[in-house]
Write a protein that binds this ligand. Sequence first.
Ligand SMILES: Nc1ncnc2c1ncn2[C@@H]1O[C@H](COS(=O)(=O)NC(=O)[C@@H](N)CO)[C@@H](O)[C@H]1O
Length: 423
Amino acid sequence: DGQAAVNSKTAEPAIAEAGNAEAPTPAAAPGTAAAVPQGRTAPEATEMPGVQAAERPAGIAGADAAEAIKARVRALGGELVTRERELAETEAEYRRLMLRAPNPPSADTPVGASDADNMLVKTAGLLPVFGFKPLDHVELGERLGLLDPARGVKAGGPRSYVLKGAGLRLHHAVQRLALDVLEARGFTALEVPVIVRPEALERTGFWPGGEDQVYALTGENRMLAGTSEVSLVSLYSDEIVDVSEPIRLAGSSPCFRSEIGSAGRDARGLYRVHQFAKIEQVVLCENDPAVSEAMLQDILENAEHILRLLELPYRVMAVCTGDMSLKTHKQYDIETWMPGRDAYGETHSASNLLDFQARRSNIRYRDSEGRLRFCHTLNNTAVATPRILIPLLENHQREDGSVRIPEALRPYMNGLEELRAPG
Ligand SMILES: Nc1ncnc2c1ncn2[C@@H]1O[C@H](COS(=O)(=O)NC(=O)[C@@H](N)CO)[C@@H](O)[C@H]1O
């Protein structure tokens, strides 16, 4: 479900040069237009580089020489204007191309063409064995009074849903559980903007390319973010941060996606909808592949821990090159068993972006030698709902159509231990 990347149509701060994050703004050569404050003429020609400081001629000859030099200055001024326009055009083209330069995949990323080439890393939890034909989440949800898909469509059109009663409480419970797990693991819980500026999408690598995945607000230069990752990373843009301890952020937000290109895929139920909720993990750390690799394992484990608390069987996949978006260096997806599909379905996506986002967002830190370096950034889903309700309902269903609530979730459901059909 990641978002890919292509054309940019928005203003964009310059991409800092590779490697020299401390690149000072190049001082214009003395006497050139850039160095001459507005409204002043260039200093005496003899101070101009490249113009021979001729011997000061005496008398009439001197007047001719002065004229010649003034003509030269005018000519240089005209050439300067041309050169500066060419430079601006070249820099704009350079930035346009750099915005499309993909992040190199890690050496251990499987090479492949599509998700079919993703590699199994591990499976966890036992698949349920039902002594009966299991119902899918839509049937379960309607019988238990948790969903009302038909009425959702009336309001929102296709790929809309309605959560009702205990269905809504489950939706909140899984988010509260995820937030508690993350806060206990040093994450700061945040609610952040979902209405975002185009720059935020470009500086986090969703644009150029993901324009059609995003809903735009008519008449305003604002979009609805598909994930709070956009705002969480942008919180620190253009800042020098302290990552002596990694910065761990837990974002809670609705997410909006046009799902252009998904056509009729997963059109039934809660799997692929235009609006959903997610608790998002974002980490900023120092520019050290060993550190960000360790952080990737951390945020993966956080998600696995939540799945174990929900007592859901899952597997971890190493995502291949052909299934990664341009901003990703290394990615794992977690797929959770969905009996209604008799298959695993993606529920989490964990990525290490190295300095790809930090470079575009200009997020730096001072290393032990005092040098300014771009951070590494990572993200992973902690929980995305209502999609997670699919395995939650389907794996824990009983023959009588009731659904057991996992122990760890009960405190968030007022102690409720199971869901039963009303009446
Ligand atoms: N259209 C959708 N409907 C319901 N859930 C979705 C939809 N798109 C994505 N999700 C859920 O959100 C999770 C994360 O989405 S993602 O695009 O793969 N990755 C991100 O957004 C990253 N920021 C990590 O969370 C997915 O694994 C899936 O569980």
